[in-house]
Design a protein around this ligand. Structure first.
Ligand SMILES: Cc1cc2nc3c(=O)[nH]c(=O)nc-3n(C[C@H](O)[C@H](O)[C@H](O)COP(=O)(O)OP(=O)(O)OC[C@H]3O[C@@H](n4cnc5c(N)ncnc54)[C@H](O)[C@@H]3O)c2cc1C
Length: 466
């Protein structure tokens, strides 16, 4: 093992990235990935702490110092295996996890210098493995028990991946025609290339996980029947229902939920229209309402579809933006204009019901509210119109209500999330478990993965004790 560098001796390795000028015009990935030399150098920055606080920040419990140690030795394939012991989706996590508030936030090096680039190293290792090795077949004895996973997003995939390793017969049902949940229909190609998700899904298939697409549990398949057919069920149905504003003009042509806009472009590939048959209108001036990752993805998508002006309209200031720092930075570089302290009042249309402007209330920040965030307050009489021909609403989503509405035994909170046991993920219904956005509301990929893993443990405990 090469000696680790002294604290601060090597600077954090910058991720090579395509220029804003070039990437504005296409949907190809923005970062181009570490070189082997960079990965080796970055790995030496890890101090291999006796108590690795970074791991406390990872809901998938990736063995961070161990995999980074293997990178430092140049054993990239072994490093990939180490990550995969606990996380089946490293190519996705390395790219989209908010490391700055999770593993990297707790990195000891980060107390004085830039933290070790754990996410970038994870991305490097996953990409290296995909290019240089074949998936090893899983050797495990079957235990004869059957589990149904509903929803093929990160929560469902993580749960399925762990259960198959424990010997269960696992079937995943997915409503859409593609597997991956938000990783496929929400997060754009320029942040997470779809072939990477497909590759990780392919590995799960090779491990023996069965997938049934175009199956909406609760509609095309009766939930009660499913429960009887399987020994246990996991609900990883996400939070895919868009929240609207309830302001006048929301019915106008040119108003989209971010879900619709991103699904058209990502899942259906509408940016290639007419090569594919799903259209998307290429608007000239677009306002995106909201400040989270979804809003950043929508505004950067609008840029790539050729809009001349793209605005983010956000009630608070830059400091409060909930999106990942990297994505905000990329959006700014790509020319997105941020209109902070503006709250939408009305969407204005012309005589043909096409959007022509969005009317906003100018705000200022008041005292911190119960979450500690300063509350936006209207500045009386200060109204501003922004001329646009499209408005994309990205102010949040809530859980898919379909199954909960039909199955009264399944308790939900006021927010529509499943009530679950903190330790096992079990719902109020015997043998039914839940996790990911369906149980916590719109959150993150890694939390969904962590929940899927917890439920796999809960299901195993439940079925072993039965
Ligand atoms: C545009 C966008 C950008 C994001 N960016 C980031 C990011 O950068 N970093 C990050 O960590 N997180 C990000 N997130 C959040 C993250 O993607 C989610 O937290 C995560 O995908 C939740 O995983 P899940 O498995 O719970 O649900 P989902 O990924 O939503 O998957 C649920 C799946 O269940 C299926 N389903 C629903 N109901 C049924 C049914 N009745 N029968 C069968 N199937 C059903 C759905 O079709 C879907 O495929 C983003 C989200 C969006 C929308």
């Amino acid at each position: 093992m090469p000696p680790r560098s002294k604290l601060g001796e090597i600077p954090r390795q910058e991720m090579p990235t395509r220029s804003a000028e070039e990437r504005r015009k296409d949907f190809k990935e923005v970062p181009t990935g570490y070189t082997e030399e960079q990965a080796l150098k970055e790995a030496l920055r890890c101090l291999d702490c006796k108590v690795p606080h970074c791991m406390e920040g990872c809901p998938a419990k990736v063995k961070i110092p161990q995999f980074i140690g293997l990178v430092a030795e140049g054993k990239f394939l072994d490093a990939a295996k180490k990550i995969k012991e606990t996380n089946a989706l490293p190519a996705a996590c390395g790219r989209v996890c908010p490391q700055e508030t999770q593993c990297e936030e707790r990195c000891v090096v980060g107390k004085k210098f830039e933290p070790v680039a754990i996410g970038k190293l994870e991305m490097f290792v996953a990409d290296y493995e995909r290019k240089h090795s074949e998936h090893e077949d899983l050797k495990v004895e079957k235990n004869g028990k059957r589990v149904c996973v509903i929803g093929a997003g990160p929560a469902g995939l993580a749960c399925a991946g762990d259960l198959i390793k424990l010997g269960y017969d696992v079937t995943v049902l997915e409503a859409l025609h593609t597997i991956g949940g938000v990783l496929m229909y929400g997060i754009p190609e320029f942040r997470l290339p779809k072939e990477l998700v497909a590759h990780e899904v392919e590995n799960l298939k090779r491990d023996g996980v069965k997938f049934k697409i175009n199956e909406v549990a609760g509609i095309s398949l009766d939930f009660g029947e499913l429960r009887k057919e399987y020994d246990a069920v996991f609900l990883g149905t996400g939070a895919g229902l868009p929240v609207f504003l309830n302001v006048p003009g929301e019915h106008l042509c040119g108003v989209y939920s971010a879900n619709e806009y991103l699904t058209r472009v990502n899942l259906m590939g509408a940016y290639k229209f007419p090569e594919v048959d799903t259209p998307v209108i290429r608007h000239k001036k677009v306002a995106v309402l909201g400040g989270g990752n979804v809003a950043m993805d929508a505004c950067r998508t609008a840029v790539r579809l050729g809009a001349e002006k793209v605005y983010i309209v956000y009630r608070r200031t830059e400091k409060e933006l909930p999106a990942r720092l990297e994505e905000i930075h990329h959006a700014m570089e790509e020319g997105v204009e941020f209109r902070f302290l503006r709250a939408p009042l009305e969407i204005i249309g012309d005589e043909n019901d096409n959007v022509v402007a969005i009317r906003t209330q100018v705000m200022e920040l008041g005292e911190p509210d119960e979450d500690g965030r300063r509350k936006p307050i209207a500045v009386e009489g200060k109204i501003e119109d922004i001329e646009v021909d499209a408005v994309i609403i990205a102010i949040g989503t809530t859980p898919n209500p379909l199954i909960a509405r039909k199955v009264p035994e399944l308790k939900i909170t006021k927010k529509g999330t499943y009530v679950i046991d903190e330790e096992t993920g079990e719902t109020s219904m015997d043998g039914v478990f839940a996790g990911g956005d369906a149980a916590r509301g719109a959150a993150t990929v890694i939390l969904a993965i962590g929940d899927g893993k917890r439920a796999a443990y809960g299901i195993d405990k439940y079925l072993s004790e039965k």
